[in-house]
Design a protein around this ligand. Structure first.
Ligand code: PLZ
Length: 443
């Protein structure tokens, strides 16, 4: 199947009549607990375009939440998957082994920061990678406490939803939560109430204070941070914060984990978001972009930490699924060979100035932030920093109804994020930015 025509075209209202009908069936058949950003049913997708069942061509600024960096149907990923499914779909890596899993592990060991000896474990979802990173850190350190940030997102399983900060919709009604998870303030510069010129220093001091007074550094197994907080609002830690935390962890025998599930693998303009500050985490979690749309996640890190768990302690029926590994091998080749981090930097070059032009003292856009192809606008009540989730919702709805799929995020629901496939064409990106600008102007 050819890649769909790379042009925004609307032939019906969004959602169109076929999508509306299918959505009614969905509501009768599918659990209500699953939300939906845009109730449009997809017929095909590729490059920067999603084609719906009514024949509309929508511009994709979501990438399935930062997954399809290489596009939703990259020919090399498709071919790798087809070849693999014909050979075998599954044997279980804990039962018999296959090369594709070893290839992916070897590539991740090479691409992740630091030239120390590394090991990788492969799993299925991002949440599973995070949980396993904690299991590994606990075994290695013989300690239990896990330190997380406010505004953090790490998943929806019992441990990872405990680690996630936001209550509604992720935690409401799902308690009791897992023990031994402690939260420290995120260095959220736009909303920092202390010294604006020293956010990194103050946030770091507060982390040390919480750890020393409430936990005891000698009880902490891991500090885990998203190097750019994703669901929490695309919060970029001010320069110096991550290096300080990594150094403190090292001095105190704490495993420092970077959750690069959303920001990693080229999205921010470097292979990993920690690379912007030369930080070398002990463990890195990846997922999303890793397998070009197939479910695969990984924990990669220092060999002595990773190998602390005895054989049998890690795994899962579908961990390192061979079809997902074949897809990952192809996707990683494309990311490296086609220098997708450079494409992410180019996306920033085009999009950032246009988004920044929307910020102003009486504008509903309070701040533009992010890195590479992970950019966001935070909406506020004009002339204040009071969160304006309605404004974000209206602009997103405007964009969606004009054929541009956008996602909101943020603890206060007042952030619109841009996560285009890294292979999006420049004309398509400019067209999407025209629509977003018109959406902001329509407020
Ligand atoms: N860590 C940093 O961004 C997933 C969540 C969407 P899974 N983010 C999208 C939703 O509402 O469920 C994510 C992440 C970071 C971990 C995860 C979890 O990855 O593959 O969704 O389990």
């Amino acid at each position: 199947m050819a890649t769909p025509e790379q042009r925004r075209t609307l032939v019906t209202e969004i959602p169109g009549p076929r999508s509306v009908k299918l959505h009614e069936q969905r509501s009768a058949a599918f659990a209500a607990g699953f939300g939906v950003t845009l109730p449009v049913f997809v017929a095909e997708a590729g490059g920067g375009i999603i084609v719906d069942v009514d024949g509309n061509h929508l511009i994709d600024l979501a990438s399935g939440i930062a997954v399809t960096s290489v596009g939703a149907s990259h020919p090399e990923v498709v071919a790798a998957v087809q070849t693999q499914v014909e050979r075998f779909t599954h044997t279980c890596f804990m039962v018999t082994e296959y090369e594709a899993a070893v290839d992916v592990a070897t590539t991740l060991n090479r691409l992740t920061p630091g030239d120390h000896e590394k090991r990788t474990g492969l799993f299925t979802t991002g949440a599973e990678a995070v949980e396993n990173a904690i299991k590994i850190a606990r075994t290695y350190t013989g300690r239990q406490a896990v330190v997380v940030l406010s505004h953090a997102y790490h998943g929806r399983t019992l441990l990872t939803m405990t680690m996630t900060a936001k209550n509604v919709p992720y935690k409401e009604g799902f308690g009791p939560f897992a023990p031994e998870v402690y939260r420290v303030p995120s260095p959220y510069a736009y909303r920092w109430t202390g010294d604006a010129s020293n956010v990194a220093g103050e946030a770091f001091d507060q982390l040390v204070d919480v750890i020393s007074t409430q936990i005891g550094a000698h009880n902490v197994a891991a500090i885990i941070a998203e190097p750019i907080q994703g669901e929490g609002g695309f919060i970029v830690p001010p320069e110096g914060y991550l290096p300080k935390v990594a150094a403190y962890a090292r001095e105190n025998g704490i495993v420092f984990i970077a959750d690069e599930i959303q920001a990693g693998l080229g999205r921010t303009g470097r292979m990993f978001a920690v690379d912007h500050e030369g930080v070398v985490p002990d463990l890195i979690t990846t997922a999303k972009a890793l397998a070009g749309g197939m479910p695969l996640s990984a924990v990669t890190g220092r060999a002595e930490i990773m190998d602390a768990v005895a054989p049998g302690g890690l795994g899962g029926t579908y961990a390192a699924n061979p079809v997902a590994c074949a897809a990952a091998k192809a996707a990683l080749e494309v990311i490296e060979r086609d220098d997708l981090p450079a494409k992410a930097r180019r996306i920033e070059e085009i999009a950032r100035p246009r988004l920044e032009a929307l910020v102003g003292p009486s504008s509903p856009v309070g701040e533009v932030r992010g890195r590479g192809a992970m950019l966001a606008m935070e909406f506020v009540e004009r002339g204040t920093t009071i969160p304006a989730p309605d404004a974000a919702r209206k602009v997103a709805a405007y964009a969606n109804s004009h054929g541009v799929l956008t996602l909101t995020c943020g603890t206060y629901g007042n952030v619109i994020r841009l996560l285009p496939p890294l292979v999006i064409g420049e004309d398509l990106l400019s067209d999407a930015l025209d629509v977003l600008e018109a959406g902001v102007a329509s407020l």
